[in-house]
Design a binder for this molecule. Sequence first.
Ligand code: ASP
Length: 297
Amino acid sequence: MKHLITTADFSNEEILKLFDDAKMFLDLKSNNLLQGKIIVTLFFENSTRTRSSFEIAAKRLGAEVVNLEVQTSSTKKGETVEDTIANLDAMKPDAIIIRHSDCGLPASLVKFIKCPILNAGDGRNAHPTQALLDLYTIMDHYNYDVDGKNVAIVGDIVNSRVASSNLELLPRFGINPILVSPKIFNVVSEYKSVKNIKKVIDDIDIILSLRVQHERHNFSRTQEELEKSTKKYAKKYCITKDIIQNRDLIVLHPGPVNRNIDISDEVLLDSRSKVLEQVTNGVAIRMACLKKLILNQ
Ligand code: ASP
């Protein structure tokens, strides 16, 4: 039984095959590949894009989707997530999609179930489908000629599961990460790291901007302190026209974008912004992941 817990679960060969399928699904038209299948989604953390993207992907493939409303489920009555999952599995769904704030939780659930699990984000640990759709968007833009390209990963790297999954995935396809963040958001790694994007901007082909993950910070701030630090952060890390100028590069963001903090309004409107294209690609990538894991092909 194959699961998608981290991007490391798929080989490069499997990913390229997955991208062929995604390309085929990119018109987002309905088909009946998963007709008669039932997919359960379990989101213990907020989500706009990932949850609706998975749901649309499943429905486009003809599957039925059961969204477990966590707020009204028995986990609120003291049931453990492991027991909830084992009970759901006993109803014989064809796949379970889970998002939870605990790092490593989806991996620990594998032994309780007999259907594929897809990790839709576990704490700051991993967000495999996001990294796959990011890589797909990059590959598509560069006609798969990505070896030697440089990606600036900008922002709250230490708390971002998007950063961590991309740091696992992109180098496998020859894309070199350069980390751009203030010291408190940086990670210790083998990659070049700078505090100011202007220092490396001439070498950058792709900017992956990240949201500051306030929900994962364990320091408390007053509203006033927060506003002050956000202003200071945006001054240096917001991707603006002044930073990218007319350079030949693309700008990605997993969403939700905090406008004029992560990326300026002007850059979001620029043709080099891939933010909405990522969202469309995300549905196609998730269709390909569901097909692969449920039909084992
Ligand atoms: N949507 C992404 C995630 O779930 C990024 C973010 O929330 O900033 O990790």
